[in-house]
Design a protein around this ligand. Structure first.
Ligand code: B4P
Length: 191
């Protein structure tokens, strides 16, 4: 089983690269952002609560996303492995993920961190905002706040995996295919 945390700031390419990795390695993609957006679309109570927070570029409460991931793990017991995209975003989420996986006899094998320059993040997200109806991609001040929240609360999660010797930095600038090759190389070196 191969369980990967794909990490990086908003716009780093986590969702984009996850789509390619799940095809090549036959993994289940677990994106808390996608799960929350589906809940918003379906106007569930959780979705309505999450929308107010996401539209400001803040993080939804830990217990909300931990519950969502726990349910997904239970629903996909036969998966060959998981890509965690956008989760964990706080050290508490990382600790809870370890507890959930340990209780199932599993663990995270690798954390790959996409490193992308600030201006490129803004460019990519503004560009997506033009094409999609994601409210959090439409306003540069919300995008800047998401990056600030990443720097303040999320970046530190890397230290949690560094301490476990599971951290690999990946140069996240360049074409989608070039970056994908770098990720595959890191997985090859791990295996
Ligand atoms: P997410 O859905 O995780 O959104 P994101 O981090 O902003 O974007 P992502 O990283 O997936 O985008 P990508 O780089 O692939 O989260 C949304 C919100 O949900 C959060 O702000 C938060 O409020 C909440 N949330 C989610 N998880 C949470 C958690 N665990 N705890 C608390 N709150 C949580 O792509 C961006 C764009 O760049 C795309 O348009 C893509 O086409 C483009 N792109 C990618 N690679 C490129 C390349 N190499 N060159 C050019 N363009 C590229």
């Amino acid at each position: 089983m191969l369980n990967i945390v794909l990490f990086g700031p908003p716009g780093a390419g986590k969702g984009t690269q996850s789509e390619k990795l799940i095809v090549k390695y036959k993994l289940k993609h677990l994106s808390t952002g996608d799960i929350l957006r589906a809940a918003i679309k379906n106007q569930t109570p959780l979705g309505l609560e999450a929308k107010k927070i996401i539209d400001k570029g803040e993080l939804v409460p830990d217990e909300m996303v931990i519950g969502l991931i726990s349910r997904e793990l239970d629903e996909h017991k036969d998966a060959k492995g998981f890509i965690f995209d956008g989760f964990p975003r706080t050290t508490i989420q990382a600790q809870e993920l370890d507890k959930m996986l340990t209780s199932k006899g599993l663990c995270i094998n690798l954390m790959m961190v996409l490193e992308v320059e600030h201006n490129e993040l803004i460019k990519r997200l503004m560009n997506r905002g033009l094409q999609s109806n994601r409210a959090d991609d439409q306003d540069v001040s919300v995008i800047e706040n998401r990056i600030k929240v990443y720097d303040e609360y999320t970046k530190v999660v890397a230290d949690y995996y560094k301490a476990q010797n599971k951290y690999v930095a990946i140069h996240g600038m360049g074409s989608i295919d070039e970056i994908f090759e770098r990720l595959c190389q890191a997985i090859k070196e791990y295996q």
